[in-house]
Ligand binder design. Structure first.
Ligand code: ADP
Length: 528
């Protein structure tokens, strides 16, 4: 081999190595590598295929000096096929000095393209064939052992470039997936490295703590604790508990604390150790969970217990008192008084049984077994009956039904629909202690009928309005507490309405009254 060729070979290898090192873009690397290889070998036509990791097929990636027709036929080559298959199986360069006499299946296509000899060069990395480089010779060149040696060296370079590019792509994909997971986490996550510095903060933790990740990254845990001191209730105690928990990682301890800023909420912090695959200590993780709702629910549940016992005791005391009075041997009650006492006993028993009914519904709701049995239901009648039923119970309110000339039937469980309506009217009476009008109305809204119950009572603040349908929620002010109640009614109404596919909501202004609305689906003609 001449001196010129040797230096050209070296230059080609160096050029390919430089391309591999200066770009991570596989397309660019392969295009450059094919061009340099053809230049140094003194040929015009060639292709590079990459092996599909799943099917093993060779997919054409880049080409030079070949016609579109040839490319179209060669875009995907089966791993077992023909010359390419042979080169892949052996993992060695395959030279075909004379295609004319070779039995290869692709011989005709090659000859049509004017190729008379060729090389199939497997691109290898760590013993695996990652692709194939084809060199086609229109002059029918007879490739020398030096050519083959050079090409084999080039094949290794390209193989390594492909393996590296795949590794980078893989790492990128993993990083992107991990990033999405971290971003989608509904819990806050903070990672602390071995030196005790913050290494990662996910968006949820940023939001919870009200501190941007940039302000936290690289800081020591102590610095962050100092920063947090102004935002936590009873900071000294909390920081001491957090430090103790971080020192006791094996037990994955939890610490609950209350943030006062940026927004008031209860958080639960759980520490865990981070180890590498070999069990080496990499640092620690801190998961932050917002437990505000759980805490509130807990409080509301215990509140419910005391409310319910109170609510049970009041009617029971009344029933017992009037029954004992009636049973007294030493007093002769006239008929009117007797009836009055019995009416009170009757009314108080109803209160008791309603409360127990609500408690049962609530436990069904919690167990997910609150069922409705819908049928075509006459809502107009239900509204009229409810208005009349409650009118006899109150003198200070004027309860009236305001209905259109005709109202379609609804697809609803009549007993449950009545329960919702009664609950809303009962509340309207309860929460308008000065009396006033209460209007029950209904109107068709597309496929639904919307029912509304309006009062001119004490009304609700906007922030109360958001929560009244929550389980156990009661507006805890003197005016509502005075009238009693368990805070169960509206959440049961919501569950019932939603079980029918309807919606329930309220509008209200403090001191001006409230209007509660709910929808029920219209019965279609097929239901009748
Ligand atoms: P309760 O048994 O306490 O009445 P509900 O679930 O029926 O429970 O109602 C929840 C809270 O919503 C009540 O405590 C009350 O403060 C408020 N509320 C319900 N209806 C009205 C209304 N018509 N006007 C004003 N406040 C109401």
């Amino acid at each position: 081999m001449s001196e010129r060729t040797r230096s050209a070979e070296l230059a080609a290898l160096t050029a390919i190595a430089a391309q591999v090192n200066c770009t991570q873009d596989l397309d660019e690397i392969l295009r450059g590598a094919l061009q340099t290889t053809l230049e140094v070998i003194g040929e015009e036509a060639g292709e590079i295929f990459l092996r599909d990791e799943e099917s093993g097929d060779l997919i054409l990636h880049t080409h030079q000096g070949v016609s579109e027709g040839f490319i179209a036929a060669e875009a995907v080559v089966g791993a077992e096929e023909c010359l390419c298959g042979e080169a892949i199986r052996s993992g060695r360069l395959l030279a075909v000095p004379d295609l004319e006499t070779h039995p290869a299946r692709s011989r005709q296509a090659c000859l049509r393209e004017g190729f008379h000899s060729c090389i199939r060069l497997p691109l290898l990395a760590r013993g695996q064939v990652l692709g194939l480089l084809n060199i086609q010779s229109r002059q029918g060149r007879c490739f020398t052992p030096e050519d083959e040696e050079l090409l084999t060296a080039i094949g290794h370079q390209i193989g390594i470039a492909i393996a590296n590019a795949r590794l980078i792509e893989d790492a990128e994909k993993r990083r992107a997936t991990l990033d999405s997971v971290m971003h989608s986490l509904v819990d806050g996550l903070i990672l602390v490295d071995r030196r005790g510095r913050i290494a990662y903060v996910n968006p949820c933790a940023e939001e919870m703590l009200g501190l941007p990740a940039q302000a936290l990254l690289g800081q020591t845990v102590e610095a962050v604790e100092r920063e947090m001191a102004g935002r936590v209730a009873r900071p000294e105690q909390v920081i001491a508990r957090l430090q103790a928990a971080a020192a006791d990682l094996q037990n994955r301890p939890t610490v609950e604390f209350t943030l006062v800023a940026p927004s008031a909420r209860s958080l639960q912090a759980r520490f865990f150790p981070i180890h590498d695959a070999g069990g080496g200590h990499l640092g620690l993780g801190l998961l932050l969970r917002d437990i505000t709702r759980e805490k509130e629910l807990d409080e509301m549940k215990s509140q419910l217990l005391s409310t319910v016992s109170h609510e049970l005791r009041t009617p029971l005391a009344s029933i017992k008192g009037f029954a004992t009075t009636l049973l007294r041997q030493d007093v002769e009650w006239d008929e009117a008084t007797r009836r009055e006492f019995l009416a009170i006993i009757d009314e108080e028993s109803d209160r008791l049984s309603e409360l127990i009914g609500n408690l049962l519904d609530m436990s069904r709701l919690e167990a997910g077994t609150l069922r409705v049995e819908p049928e075509a239901t006459d809502l107009e009648r239900l509204i009229q009956e409810t208005a009349a039923e409650f009118q006899v119970m109150t003198h200070s309110h004027l309860i009236r039904a305001s209905l259109p000339a005709s109202l379609p039937l609804v697809w609803a469980d009549p007993r449950r629909a009545r329960q919702v309506l009664r609950n809303l009217v009962e509340n309207a009476i309860k929460y308008s202690p000065q009396g006033g009008p209460i209007t029950l109305s209904a109107q068709v809204q597309g496929d639904s009928v919307q029912v509304s119950v309006a009062d001119r009572g004490i009304g609700l603040e906007p922030q109360q309005l958001e929560r009244i349908f929550d389980r156990f929620y009661q507006v805890d002010s003197a005016s509502t507490r005075r009238v009693g109640g368990s805070g169960l009614g509206l959440s049961i109404c919501k569950a019932i309405v939603e079980a029918h596919g309807g919606r329930i909501w309220a509008e209200s202004r403090p001191g001006q009254g409230s209007t509660f609305h709910f929808t029920l689906p219209r019965a279609s003609t097929g239901d009748l």
